[in-house]
Design a protein around this ligand. Structure first.
Ligand SMILES: Cc1ncc(C[n+]2csc(CCOP(=O)(O)OP(=O)(O)O)c2C)c(N)n1
Length: 611
């Protein structure tokens, strides 16, 4: 069946049975590709029927489907002309793991971070209305993404707008790990309601929504039903804020999905369709461990085992050290925005359940919650991926930094992240955090230094950022020396050679993961006859001006290396010192990522391309 499918028109031609067969073949194909390339497996297996139904009922690119987060669009890509190309999923120059408008006109908006789809959809629906057009606009959002503040801001405005558009709530009861919170409790009541089928839907309510049609006939009946429903059916929340609620519907029944989607088209005001799906559907191993298969590296299909064994990484080192420190200090608490596994907090949760808080996909709330806790004497530690810290920038400034509250902000996945592409690279945090008064910013050169920095941060009692990369420490270059951390003090990890006193002196200034890169460059330059010292800045802020000035005065050339953008980070900080101190005649060479959004590829490929 899959062989015949090159566009949504081909899907529309299939009968019910053929569509079911197509669903099976798509699952097999996705499993094949993701087991080789890695990617978001479980979420995609969960939306196969929903995506087939959407492309059976709607016509992209005229109709607009906005996928929240966008990690579940592999099926959509297969059905919209990218079937063969999917084999290059997440590779350099290959098909992206998220919607990309540059890739296909069927992808109407780029996503990657969660909870944006409802706002985007309303924007498109309002634009459609103002332009006098008549296509459909549909946001597809998971129950996890619905916990993000912007989704709720969007729902609020959509309900008020009375704008014709559809929100499809893809409810699998999971974020990456099981979904938590009050909204989840509310949805769990809805889940237990009788499933929607074509035969049991009350058409009256739909007719009532069509202006001028049927209104007088059903109005009184509706009022009575409404007051009774309020007592027994919690779906009224969506109805009360302005949506017509349809569902819940079995998200693996293509026929019923098509029926409900067609029904929604008749409503002239906002509709919310509640779709129940199973994360990992059809691949038992993923159905049983949907969190493990939310995002996965290459794995063996038969066993589900990872192809390359998991090695020690910065997130685990962070999580273990935090447990050690929390055993000694009961004021330490940990907060995650729905990423407890990725950020290394799973064991902390087991050990200290009452000191662990998973707030949902709510980075802004996570930081302000931490600020409140810090104000009352706790020591909140908040690991969030670098690119998701972008969400909480104002909270860092307004709620933490201005009052100089002791929140420890751990920036995980800092620097180049790789296959998830532009939306997930952690290249901006050094630049945007450096602007904020009162913040201290550190980055460790290896695991040991991360442990030292975490310990230092707990004692500091001031706002502090610790950034560290995805994955593990350098396998070849090891540091035996780990000097005590002192606020704003750099360390010299390689001194000038006295034996080469007469030669050109070069100072390499670097920080975090790239300190080992600096050591490699130093070795190559020395082989070339140069005399090189390497400075590990440790602190981007406060920066160790004296060490920098001293180094520059001794050198003919300075090389800066950092795992961040060229604007605003380490190289800018060094150039500012050079200008402020009038250190003329110094040659400076900066290695950082250029002022553009960096595409997907392996970290190694991207480092080779851009450094
Ligand atoms: C702002 C932001 N924070 C965190 C993430 C990481 N993330 C990607 S998918 C996901 C869970 C999404 O759950 P849900 O919306 O229910 O979709 P599902 O995968 O269950 O289909 C998370 C936390 C993100 N993409 N964006």
């Amino acid at each position: 069946m899959l062989e015949k499918i090159n566009s949504p028109d081909d899907v529309k031609k299939l009968n019910e049975q053929e569509k079911e067969q197509l669903a099976e073949e798509i699952r097999k194909y996705i499993l094949e590709v993701v087991s080789k390339n890695g990617g978001h497996l479980a979420s995609n297996l969960g939306v196969v029927e929903l995506t087939i139904a959407l492309h059976s009922v709607f016509n992209v690119p005229k109709d607009k489907i906005i996928w929240d987060v966008g990690h579940q669009t592999y099926v959509h890509k297969i059905l919209t002309g990218r079937k063969d190309e999917l084999k290059t999923l997440r590779k350099l120059n290959g098909i992206a793991g998220f919607p990309k408008t540059r890739e296909s006109e069927s992808d109407c908006f780029d996503t990657g971070h969660s909870s944006t789809s409802i706002s985007v959809a309303l924007g498109m629906a309002r634009a459609r209305n103002l332009k006098g057009e008549d296509h459909s606009v549909i946001a597809v959002i998971g129950d996890g993404a619905l916990t993000g503040g912007m989704a709720l801001e969007g729902l609020n405005d959509v309900g008020f707008s009375k704008c014709k558009m559809t929100v499809i709530l893809n409810d699998n009861e999971m974020s990456i790990s099981p979904n938590l919170g009050g909204l989840n409790k509310f949805l769990s009541k809805l889940r237990t309601k009788k499933l929607y089928t074509k035969s049991n839907i009350s058409a009256k309510k739909i007719i009532w929504k069509i202006p001028g049609v049927g209104k007088p006939i059903v109005k009184i009946v509706q009022r009575v039903k409404r007051s009774i429903k309020q007592l027994i059916i919690p779906k009224m929340f969506f109805e009360d804020i302005g949506f017509t609620y349809l569902g819940p519907v079995d998200g693996h029944n293509i026929k019923e999905l098509e029926n409900i989607l067609n029904l929604s088209k008749q409503v002239e005001t906002p509709v919310l369709i509640h779709v129940l799906t199973k994360k990992g559907k059809g691949y038992e191993i993923a159905e049983n461990s949907p969190d493990k298969f939310h995002a996965t590296g290459p794995f063996n299909i038969e066993t589900g085992e990872a192809k390359s064994p998991k090695e020690q990484d910065y997130s685990k080192i962070f999580g273990n050290k935090l447990i050690e420190l929390a055993e000694k200090n009961k004021n330490i608490v940990a907060i995650t925005a729905s990423m407890k596994d990725g950020t290394g907090l799973a064991e902390f949760q087991r050990k200290f359940p009452e000191r662990f808080f998973d707030v949902g996909i709510a980075e802004q709330h996570a930081i302000t919650l931490a600020a409140g806790m810090a104000k009352e004497g706790l020591i909140p530690v908040v690991p969030i991926y670098s690119s998701f810290y972008q969400r909480a920038y104002d909270q860092v400034i307004h709620d933490v930094a201005i009052q100089s509250l002791p929140v420890i902000m751990c920036v995980d996945r800092a620097g180049i992240v790789g296959a998830d592409g532009e939306t997930h690279q952690g290249l901006l945090d050094m630049a945007f955090f450096r602007l904020v008064p009162n913040l201290n910013i550190m980055a460790p050169k290896d695991f040991k230094e991360l442990e030292q920095m975490l310990e230092f941060a707990i004692d500091l009692k001031k706002p502090i950022v610790i950034r560290y990369p995805r994955g593990g420490e350098d396998k070849e270059i090891k540091f035996s020396n780990h000097n005590k951390i002192e606020i704003g003090k750099a360390e010299i990890v390689k001194e000038f050679s006295e034996s080469k006193e007469q030669q050109d002196k070069i100072t390499i200034i670097t920080i975090g993961k790239t300190v080992t890169k600096g050591m490699r460059v130093a070795k190559a330059l020395e082989e070339d006859g140069k005399n090189v010292q390497v400075i590990n800045m440790r602190f981007l802020k406060p920066i160790d001006r004296n060490t920098v000035i001293e180094a520059i005065k001794q050198s003919q050339k300075v090389i800066t290396i950092e795992d961040g953008t060229i604007i605003g980070g380490l190289s800018t900080a060094i150039k500012e010192i050079i200008a402020e101190e009038n250190l003329a005649n110094i040659q400076i060479e900066s290695h950082a990522y250029p002022d553009k959004f960096i595409e997907q590829g392996s970290p190694q490929e991207l480092e080779n391309k851009y450094w």
